[in-house]
Design a protein around this ligand. Structure first.
Ligand SMILES: CC(C)(COP(=O)(O)OP(=O)(O)OC[C@H]1O[C@@H](n2cnc3c(N)ncnc32)[C@H](O)[C@@H]1OP(=O)(O)O)[C@@H](O)C(=O)NCCC(=O)NCCS
Length: 166
């Protein structure tokens, strides 16, 4: 459990730099730890986040009022999943600032996204992660996500995961 109280809320337009900072810190941490991944520091598009924030798809998790993590939750994802009925939430860019890691905050945010998706009467939460990263795949599988195949995208191979929200 986190030491402090986690509060998740939709990011506001003024939060865009905080979100990019969290993602850059997480991407740098992945690089420093030689973890195979699809994220590169400095590669996140500010404009894409401005757009996603305006669609209320970006969330920030704060611990004791300080931004600790972020994720994207959207209601369709044709790029990774193709055309599907509107029965799922799609999680992207789940990231915790390295100083806040190892407290279970990421897991708490993942579960928040599941609860929100279920509250929207969706049947599944879906996500993708780096196919070569066995440890992160195990992390999601332990949380009840089932492997649904790989896709090759310009940044590399991604594995698709889906969790039924019974
Ligand atoms: C993945 C993440 C959100 C999980 O947060 P959390 O639930 O609070 O869990 P922790 O940060 O304690 O991480 C759990 C374990 O996974 C490891 N880990 C974290 N991200 C990892 C990754 N991408 N690949 C492999 N291992 C990873 C951590 O080192 C830790 O390992 P340990 O238990 O041996 O110490 C967070 O670690 C993070 O932001 N990672 C970097 C960004 C990332 O990889 N996001 C997922 C994209 S699909």
């Amino acid at each position: 459990m986190p030491d402090g109280h986690l509060r998740v809320s939709a990011a506001e337009p003024r939060d865009v730099d905080t979100v990019l900072e969290i993602l850059d810190e997480a991407a740098t941490w992945l690089q420093e730890n030689r973890i195979p991944g699809l994220w590169k520091p400095g590669s996140f598009s500010r404009q894409a986040f401005v757009d996603q924030i305006s669609r209320e798809e970006v969330y920030i998790g704060c611990v004791d009022g300080k931004a600790a993590g972020t994720f994207i939750l959207q209601w369709s994802d044709p790029f990774f999943w193709g055309d599907k009925p509107p029965d799922a939430g799609y999680l992207h860019k789940l990231a915790i600032r390295p100083v806040y890691q190892r407290r279970g905050i990421g897991l708490e945010m993942l579960r928040w996204a599941e609860a929100k998706t279920k509250a929207m009467r969706k049947k599944f939460l879906r996500l993708d992660c780096a196919a070569e990263d066995r440890k992160i795949r195990d992390y999601y599988e332990r949380e009840g996500f089932a492997y649904r195949g790989d896709i090759v995208e310009p940044r590399g191979r991604a594995s698709l995961y889906e969790k039924p929200l019974g």
